[in-house]
Design a protein around this ligand. Structure first.
Ligand SMILES: Cc1ncc(C[n+]2csc(CCOP(=O)(O)OP(=O)(O)O)c2C)c(N)n1
Length: 327
């Protein structure tokens, strides 16, 4: 694995620690959810992004409130980084009245328009033409806001992906397409769905740049995103960033992932984005043991509080079932 290096978009000490906090928080949130699923306490299907956190932190860190994101089923952390509280997020997974959809749905299908989060549908790739629409709106409103659209390598084989990239390229829309290439689409390995190695290569045929990077290196993801953001804000159009990574758990918590080997998982665990970043920060004397302990304590307190809040929160009132419905 190539060493992490800081390059163009410099980050100060506090920012580096903040990024580290987000990595730890998102990991801890998913790990706690996974345990709660095993205890039969979660109502939602849970699709963890454990192992992929560097993509969310590197892309969401420093976004403006006005920038939009179109997240995927595995991108719970992006909601947190865009400003949804851990309490609300946990309530959502418990389908409680205090969750984002007030108990109408118990997964990541909710959006929060005030925070620039578009709710995802289950159809793979369907968020990408929507992102193109958001980008077109930004253009028509003459803002320099940008939309970030996430998708898996599996989704890059459906028609919606190609239509979205085409219109984004033709119209030079302010979009960053983030591919979370975690090697598997459910149980199907990459080589059975793609005849090329890099999803990034697909951008060229739509007239814009695609780059393939180490998606477990939070600073590499941050650098690539910042470059793409700067170009998009100047009206220079879209970028596709393919982040190579691996999901440690199955497709969802009910999937034991027997289709892959223990050795493969162990190899990817040795590339865990969190200790890699911790070692880098320690090497630069940006992270002391004391600071690490403080961050871990803060993360644990936040998650404990969120679980406690969600478990004790009220269920939705059946009388409210038709509230907020639009015909
Ligand atoms: C159009 C469509 N086809 C199939 C499915 C069923 N399905 C849900 S998730 C998934 C795999 C997704 O793989 P990928 O796009 O690589 O994202 P990942 O889950 O690996 O993050 C499949 C096949 C779906 N939801 N939508």
């Amino acid at each position: 694995m190539p060493p992490i290096k800081r390059t163009k978009f410099k980050l100060g000490h506090d920012q580096l620690l903040e990024m580290f906090y987000w990595l730890k928080l998102i990991r801890a949130f998913d790990e706690r959810l996974s345990n709660l699923v095993k205890q039969g306490k979660v109502r939602s299907g849970v699709y963890t992004g454990i192992g992929q956190e560097a993509i969310i932190v590197g892309t969401c860190y420093g976004l403006r409130k006005e920038d939009w994101i179109c997240p995927l089923h595995r991108d719970l952390g992006s909601f947190l980084m865009k400003g949804v509280s851990a309490r609300e997020m946990m309530s959502q997974m418990f389908a409680k009245a205090t969750g984002l959809s007030k108990g109408r749905d118990s997964a990541l299908h909710s959006g929060v328009s005030e925070l620039g989060i578009f709710g995802n549908t289950s159809m793979l790739g369907a968020n990408l033409p929507v992102a193109a629409g958001v980008g077109l709106t930004f253009r028509m409103e003459k803002t320099d806001n940008v939309v970030i659209a996430y998708f898996g390598e599996g989704a890059s084989n459906v028609g919606d992906f190609h239509e979205a990239l085409n219109i984004a390229g033709v119209q030079r829309l302010p979009i960053i397409f983030i591919c979370e290439n975690n090697q598997y689409a459910y149980s199907v390995p990459l080589e059975k769905t793609m005849a090329i190695d890099d999803v990034a290569d697909r951008a060229e045929s739509y007239g814009f740049d695609g780059v393939s990077i180490n998606g477990n290196d939070v600073l590499a993801v941050y650098q690539a995103t910042q470059g793409a953001l700067a170009r998009a804000r100047k009206g220079e159009g879209p970028t596709l960033i393919e982040c190579k990574t691996y999901r440690w758990h199955g497709h969802s918590e009910h999937d034991k992932a027997f289709y892959r080997t223990k050795e493969e998982l162990a190899m990817w665990k040795s590339r865990d984005p969190i200790p890699t970043f911790a070692a880098y920060l320690k090497g630069l004397h940006e992270l002391s043991d004391e600071q690490l302990g403080e961050i871990e304590g803060r993360v644990k307190a936040t998650i404990d509080d969120a679980v406690d809040f969600a478990m004790n929160a009220p269920d939705p009132d059946p009388a409210d079932a038709a509230t907020d419905l639009y015909a």
